[in-house]
Design a protein around this ligand. Structure first.
Ligand SMILES: [Zn+2]
Length: 342
């Protein structure tokens, strides 16, 4: 049965890959494919143990993607430059590809930038500005670390908020597997980001957070790293809010202003490489948030999947989220891109 399932999956991805190929060859209108990455980590990097599987790509897969996209005729472009040409009605390449990275992980500098430099590939990193130069990270990584390191004690007050989201067997000494913890993170999205962060802070302040297995304390980019990447003009920086709060969970206009306009102001201080493009955290959009984004930025990336024709609304850019699971070889990458067509 498992063989049959694997065989059918292989055939399905092969068909999708062929569809992508034909779409490229038969396309008469300029299109832009935007690829999204989060973390770039080698296979043996200790941070992989603390990360959701759908967030990570190896540096060698990134290099392969760049090669494959070029080989199918896609011209790597800076996202802001493609948008500016479109705005002015200038000629666009028949097929373009933009490489984008969400969240501003330090590994983008350590492992993606050398590949971008070596292959002379332009890219945009969407920054969470208030996390730059800090040792802080995002709540899913902290929850993942907690759940995969230790069992959650039933009686302790600091963990009560977490208990309803756990599988029953987790209330014991045994830690969860990475996949089980990943499912808990999805369930926790019912709660507000700020509530989760303050619960985690209480656990940390009480000394109940297990020691991190990784030697590197800082996982987010620093200003020095931004400067170095911007110097060659290969990497530019867009906005991904100030704290990565999901905008549909912020009811208060001043909180929305702080996350959107505040991030725009922070970006202005990053003189080199800043571009006027916003990227919605978790893809969550509200009407009020959308209006604010449109008043501050020239364009916005969503988590909607698909190719962008030249008539695409610049505030509704579609992308393809890539990770080891959906793009580890050329067939899988093309099949993933094909899903935006069928
Ligand atoms: Zn994000």
């Amino acid at each position: 049965m498992a063989h049959l399932r694997a065989g059918l999956k292989y055939i399905a991805t092969a068909i999708l890959a062929v569809i992508t190929w034909f779409r490229i060859k038969l396309s008469f209108r300029p299109s832009l494919i935007i690829l999204t990455y989060h973390r770039i980590l080698p296979q043996d990097h200790p941070d992989r143990k603390l990360e959701q599987p759908g967030m990570v790509t190896t540096p060698s897969a990134l290099r392969d993607h760049i090669g494959i996209m070029r080989s199918i005729g896609a011209e790597p472009v800076h996202l802001d430059e493609w948008l500016a040409k479109k705005r002015k009605g200038e000629q666009l390449p028949p097929l373009a590809v933009s490489f984008t990275f969400d969240d501003g992980w330090r590994d983008n500098f350590q492992f993606a930038y050398p590949v971008l430099k070596e292959t002379r590939t332009p890219a945009t990193i969407f920054l969470v500005t208030k996390l730059l130069d800090s040792d802080r990270t995002f709540w899913p990584e902290a929850v993942l670390h907690l759940l995969t390191s230790t069992g959650i004690p039933k009686g302790k007050a600091e963990f009560q908020w977490l208990i309803p989201f756990l599988p029953k067997r987790a209330i014991s000494k045994a830690p969860l597997s990475l996949n089980e913890a990943d499912q808990v993170i999805n369930r926790l999205k019912e709660l507000d980001d700020q509530a989760i962060i303050s619960h985690l802070k209480l656990i940390e302040d009480s000394g109940l957070m297990p020691e991190s297995p990784t030697s590197e304390k800082r996982s987010i980019l620093s200003s020095t790293e931004l400067k170095e990447m911007a110097a060659e003009g290969l990497v530019k920086f867009g906005a991904h809010t100030r704290h990565h709060y999901r905008l549909n969970r912020l009811n208060d206009l001043s909180a929305l202003e702080n996350e959107i306009r505040g991030c725009h102001n922070d970006l202005k201080l990053i003189k080199e490489g800043a571009v006027s493009i916003f990227c919605y955290p978790n893809g969550d959009i509200t009407q009020q948030g959308e209006q604010l984004v449109q008043s501050c930025f020239d364009a916005a990336c969503t988590t909607k999947t698909g190719w962008n024709r030249s008539d695409r609304n610049p505030y509704d850019l579609h992308r393809f989220n890539l990770h080891d699971g959906n793009s580890s070889n050329g067939r899988k990458l093309l099949a993933t891109l094909g899903r935006g067509i069928v």
